[in-house]
Design a protein around this ligand. Structure first.
Ligand code: GDP
Ligand code: ZN
Length: 308
């Protein structure tokens, strides 16, 4: 006889198994019937599921239903010429950047923010290594991102400055920290939760079945909630293929976009474009507009390739 179903959270997906947290117990589960997807990756970390727990220890439970997703962070992967999901239901994505060492890459930050927007993920920008920045540089950086409505938190993982404000944003939800290598993500995470066992994270990756699984995220217990481990990508392809989707992923374009002569407008070649004019006057940050044009170029290039 089967027991009652329980609600759980998917923390890891390997070859054919889905590991679900059921009130603190980590239970392997199998997907039932139609929900099984070729390689078993139809569900991703962060999915909320309904499970029939295993009758005996050592057996697998069964996933009966997958809850609707509030958001899905995904990216475009060049090698497979398609979008790949990373993690579902992230409550806040923290995009970490530095001004120097490594030098700021606006384009990378903007690409991550736009990809989060596309997946319906709320995000904030973290400017780390505050101890290496001058106050006026921090102000200039902050104004670029507050223009798009993003909270900006300036921190130093070394001195601890600003990390309390960051900690206050964390609750029992699912969080992810992304950004270029060397910006101090690991240092910040250790500040926020010294118990976060980064050794275990590495071990988990090695014991994972099937190489393809490493591109998917896993969740780790973190500061009362969960931390999504995101693939360490130097490049992060915008997971959309439509110029008008991309426009919506730059929130500060909405207001000047209402003044464009043509509707819809891709804010690139069209005469009388309100966004282009705003970027020229500085009302829209120039770096944000440049990032937009760069991603737009990539989307168009993909489309040309597909048409060939
Ligand atoms: P990750 O690649 O993003 O995980 O970055 P790490 O946490 O490994 O940090 C990269 C380097 O930057 C290390 O040498 C850290 O000690 C250093 N670092 C991290 N945070 C800060 C900071 O707030 N200030 C300074 N000056 N250095 C930092
Ligand atoms: Zn326009």
């Amino acid at each position: 006889m089967q027991g009652p179903v329980e609600k759980g959270l998917v923390v890891r997906v390997t070859g054919g198994e889905v590991w679900v947290d059921l009130a603190g117990r980590l239970v392997p589960c199998a997907l039932r019937g139609r929900m099984r997807h070729g390689d078993g990756t139809r569900v991703v970390a962060g999915d909320r599921v309904t499970v029939t727990p295993p009758a005996r220890a050592g057996e697998a439970g069964a996933i009966e239903a997958v809850g609707e997703r509030a958001s899905l962070l995904s990216r475009y992967v060049e090698r497979v010429e398609g979008e790949r999901p990373i993690v579902a239901n992230v409550d806040e994505l923290f995009v970490v950047a530095t001004l120097t060492s490594p030098p700021l890459q606006h384009a990378f930050v903007d690409r991550l923010l736009a990809s989060a927007e596309q997946g319906g993920v709320r995000s904030a920008v973290v400017l780390n290594k505050l101890d290496l920045c001058r106050a006026e540089e921090v102000e200039a950086f902050t104004s670029v991102y507050t223009a798009g409505g993003y909270p900006v938190l300036a921190t130093s993982a070394h001195t601890g400055e600003g990390t309390e404000a960051l900690a206050r944003r964390l609750g029992g939800g699912v969080y992810a920290f992304v950004g270029a290598s060397g910006v101090g993500k690991t240092s910040l995470l250790m500040r926020l939760d010294p118990r976060l066992d980064l050794k275990t994270r590495e071990l988990g990756e090695r014991t994972g079945r099937g190489r393809h699984t490493t591109t998917f995220s896993q969740l780790y217990r973190f500061s009362g909630g969960w931390l999504a481990d995101t693939p360490g990508a130097q490049t992060f392809g915008f997971p959309g293929s439509d110029a008008l989707d991309l426009v919506r992923c730059f929130p500060e374009f909405a207001e000047p976009g209402a003044r464009c002569r043509f509707h819809p407008c891709t804010h690139s070649h069209e005469p009388g474009c309100g966004v282009k004019a705003a970027a020229e006057s500085g009302a829209v940050p120039a770096t944000r507009y440049q990032s937009y044009l760069q991603i737009l170029g990539e989307i168009e290039e993909r489309r040309r390739r597909r048409a060939r």
